[in-house]
Write a protein that binds this ligand. Structure first.
Ligand code: SF4
Ligand code: SF4
Length: 211
């Protein structure tokens, strides 16, 4: 195992299964990812930052430099790397993805088992609303509140919505999502359609790169 926070050891020469979490935020990360991809039989991207860039990827889309002034005051220069945080999936090909912020440990165990048995990735693709309906939740949109379940990849069991909180899209965009239709639904429910895209950026600002 190589875990930079707990070990000063060198990268192993090869891996049976490489599990990679976090967004790539430096040139060194990019190099390491490429090296791991060359030497690993199987790569799993773990967590939203690795799969879609997550919250770190916001740094690539917002007026990041201008915001330093807001946080630290005018005239304060803050050194930072020039690498815009990007998801692992945009740097190397991965064999399995476990999205979620946080991940569901049971889903990770399932994916790891599939990797060890040589089975294909079986990540869910549908949007979450159908599962939400089977949980008999009252739709937030019907209450005039924004929810991203209609474009977000299912697989969490509509966890937040079942706990009375709107979905904020941490599992990423469903490949089956119909974004134009979702924006129309927002408008029909008296919500600003642009709000859907704005809210979705929280975990998915790098989606143009990966989807
Ligand atoms: S929009 Fe949200 S609350 Fe409404 S059905 Fe879909 S997941 Fe459930
Ligand atoms: S309901 Fe939405 S925000 Fe909550 S865990 Fe599921 S995908 Fe993530």
């Amino acid at each position: 195992m190589y875990w930079q926070l707990t070990s000063s050891g060198h990268l192993p020469d090869e891996y049976d299964v490489a599990v990679i979490e976090g967004a790539a935020t430096t040139g060194e990360h990019i190099e390491t990812l490429r090296k791991v991809r060359e030497t690993a039989a199987v790569v799993i991207a773990l967590g939203t930052c690795a799969v879609t860039g997550g919250i770190p990827a916001l740094a690539g889309t917002l007026d990041y430099d201008a915001r330093y002034g807001v946080v630290y005051g005018d005239g304060i220069a803050v050194a930072r790397g020039r690498q815009v945080p990007v998801p692992v999936t945009s740097v190397i090909a991965v064999d399995y993805q476990v999205p979620g912020c946080p991940i569901d440990p049971a889903e990770f165990v399932k994916v790891l088992s599939r990797a060890l048995m040589g089975l294909k990735d079986a990540i869910p693709v549908d949007p979450m609303c159908a599962i939400c309906k089977t949980e008999e939740n009252i739709c937030f949109l019907d209450q005039g509140k924004a929810c991203l379940g209609l474009v977000t990849r299912t697989g969490c069991g509509a966890k937040c919505v079942s706990l009375s909180r709107p979905c904020t899209g941490c599992r990423g965009l469903s490949p089956e999502a119909n974004l134009p239709a979702a924006r129309r639904v927002y408008a029909d429910k008296g919500l600003d359609p642009a709000e859907l895209d704005r809210l979705f950026d929280l975990y998915n600002a790098a989606r143009e790169v990966v989807l």
